[in-house]
Design a protein around this ligand. Structure first.
Ligand code: ATP
Length: 198
């Protein structure tokens, strides 16, 4: 089995996430792509983050029509800050022997990897995949601080560039602007029904 792991805050999940995940699933011939909303995103400490239950529900709605997409609550269910290395250890232990994990990250997230907890162990547990994102350029050589040949272990993927980001969507929603066609229809409806981001 080839399993993609796509982590993030998903506050909210949007078409940029979905288009990148679909392309990565196809190009890497993955059997499934696991979306893993962060329970407590440590890199957003001090910033307000929407309740994890809502973020998990929105991702569940967003992936329900895609047979290869799945949502995982491992990070939401685990107490404490959500470190990717812990998630990969947990998934590694829970999956059948021979399962290959592919950690999918936007270029902006890849550029922050040296700040992560145990980044070298992340490379042991998964193949790291960087997906293109508008406005985010990244030279994999910058990963050599993690370990000397880290750059050789990264797959860089060109995916359709969708210039949507969650921060901008929250701003739009707060000023009463439409999120239609930027997030899946059922997610847009969920945001409206629950009065999120007002
Ligand atoms: P925020 O603005 O709140 O930081 P975000 O949309 O940038 O939100 P996350 O929800 O944490 O961030 O993103 C999860 C993952 O998806 C990260 O690896 C991020 O780089 C990637 N990603 C987010 N938006 C896009 C996009 N438009 N295209 C490609 N990758 C994206």
């Amino acid at each position: 089995m080839r399993v993609g792991v796509f982590g993030g805050t998903f506050d909210p999940v949007h078409l940029g996430h979905l288009a990148a995940a679909e392309e990565a699933t196809e190009l890497l011939a993955l059997d499934e792509m696991l979306f893993v909303p962060a329970g407590q995103p440590w890199f957003k400490a001090g910033e307000p983050v929407t309740d994890a239950g809502h973020r998990l529900n929105m991702v569940s709605l967003a992936v329900e029509s895609n047979p290869r997409f799945r949502v995982s609550d491992v990070e939401v269910a685990r107490p404490g800050p959500s470190y990717t290395v812990d998630t990969l250890e947990q998934l590694h232990d829970a999956t059948q022997p021979g399962t290959e994990l592919f950690l999918v990250l936007g270029m902006d997230a890849l550029a922050e990897m040296h700040r992560w907890r145990c980044p070298a162990r992340v490379f042991e547990l998964a193949t790291v995949v960087g997906v293109a994102r508008p406005g985010a350029a990244f030279d994999p050589e910058a990963l050599s601080g993690i370990f000397p040949s880290a750059a050789d272990h990264v797959i860089m993927l060109d995916v359709p560039l969708v210039d949507v980001g969650a921060t901008e969507l929250r701003r739009r929603a707060a000023s009463g602007r439409s999120l239609r066609y930027l997030v899946p229809e059922n997610v847009e409806q969920y945001i409206r029904e629950h009065g999120l981001y007002r």
